[in-house]
Design a binder for this molecule. Sequence first.
Ligand code: F6P
Length: 465
Amino acid sequence: MKLVVISNRVAPFDPNKPQTGGLAAGLEPVVERFGALWMGSSDTRGDGTDQPLPLVKTGAGDVARLDLPEADYPGYYRGFSNSTLWPAMHSLHQRMSGAEGDYDSYRNVNAFIARAAFDVRDRDVFWVHDYHLLPLAAELHRLGVDRPTGFFLHTPWPAPDMIEHVPRHRELMKSMLEYDLLGFQTNRDLNNFLACLRVYFGLKSKDGIVTTGRGQTRLQKFPIGIDPRQFAEHLAAELSPAEEEKLSSLLEKFEGSKFAIGVDRLDYTKGIDKRVEAFNHVLAANPGSISLLQIAPSSRADVGEYQKYKEGVENAISQVNAEHGTDERSAILYSNDSFSQAALARLYRAANVGVVTPLRDGMNLVAKEYVAAQDPNDPGVLVLSKFAGAAEDFSEDEALLVDPNHPEEIAEAISRATNMPLEERVRRWRSMIDKIESYTIPDWSADYLRELHKSRITVPADQFH
Ligand code: F6P
């Protein structure tokens, strides 16, 4: 089986460089495992004319980073993808903005990527990822490419009323039905999409399949996981001397006290502001009981909403520190630095509580990584948003589930986690790690590709294992 993976962002393929977001972390092992070709955006722009594929070997696979067209890139990435679709997918329509022409740029870039993919003649299967590329199958079909083509959405899919806010939503959803398989993270996302098909097109699925004039589209949930074995390797890996020093000096600051950890791209969907408010409540009630290490690498900094959010978060942290910090210790230690997976694994293990409280999230792999990094004999506690996809995997008997919009509720969970007896921590952790180990990222990709195979019979099924 020859697989082409297509997404906007491509992993750095360098263990010392940090991954940006769950998609890159999730797909790197898939590309290596299947010896796939991964196509996506480079860091530079082109003039929009078609180029020969810039293929680079990554190990078992290949990567082709495309110079997306300069003229359309802002409308495609900053505009339609991240100022329109991203907030809509997370049900935050108040954050939406958009400019005339964004949608055209979005379509133009999708058409450009489809032309590049058209050149990959010796590949059997296309697997497309995330909201940047909703119409890619339609563009491939327009070029006459007719091979099994699947799509996986890493973000949530919202309810019909929310999608109404997105310009050209009907056209977009119609183009999504040109995929042979649509994969979602959770039942909630799958059901929302099915509700959209009913509301906007009067379409119903039968046995998970929707039939249109083009053909059939299968729809299914595939909750993405992590590779616990690879994560164990991260835990054991040596850090570069510079990162080792950075880590030691960070951990020194928490010596002799408890700390919680939050690791998120600096994004308004992640609920960092509410989390900071929650710490204010915790520390007002129990001064010095726990501190927070918040790692928040800057993200999409050229989008206005992200700049405003960053300012708000930083002001709130300064206030909490002014009120509850001491000369020796900050109440909240905040860093915009990115860390390697190996360094993060060590920080997760050292932290007594993992706080993962996005307002909404596709899955949130930090939740699973935090659990995977724990010491089985003395594990920490996961405080998890009810609206993260991971909350469909973990029950109330495992994580402490909270409404991320209510700082008081998060505060209560943090205090409970801080004081949780060892026996209860072990019981909750054991149950979560069993789940993580029973459905790993290799299972996820194999399951997805097996289903994609079912939608067409051109590729032997035994190749997906
Ligand atoms: O996981 C969602 C996602 O939007 C990915 O598609 C993306 O690669 C990641 O977050 C990071 O965002 P960006 O690529 O815009 O930095």
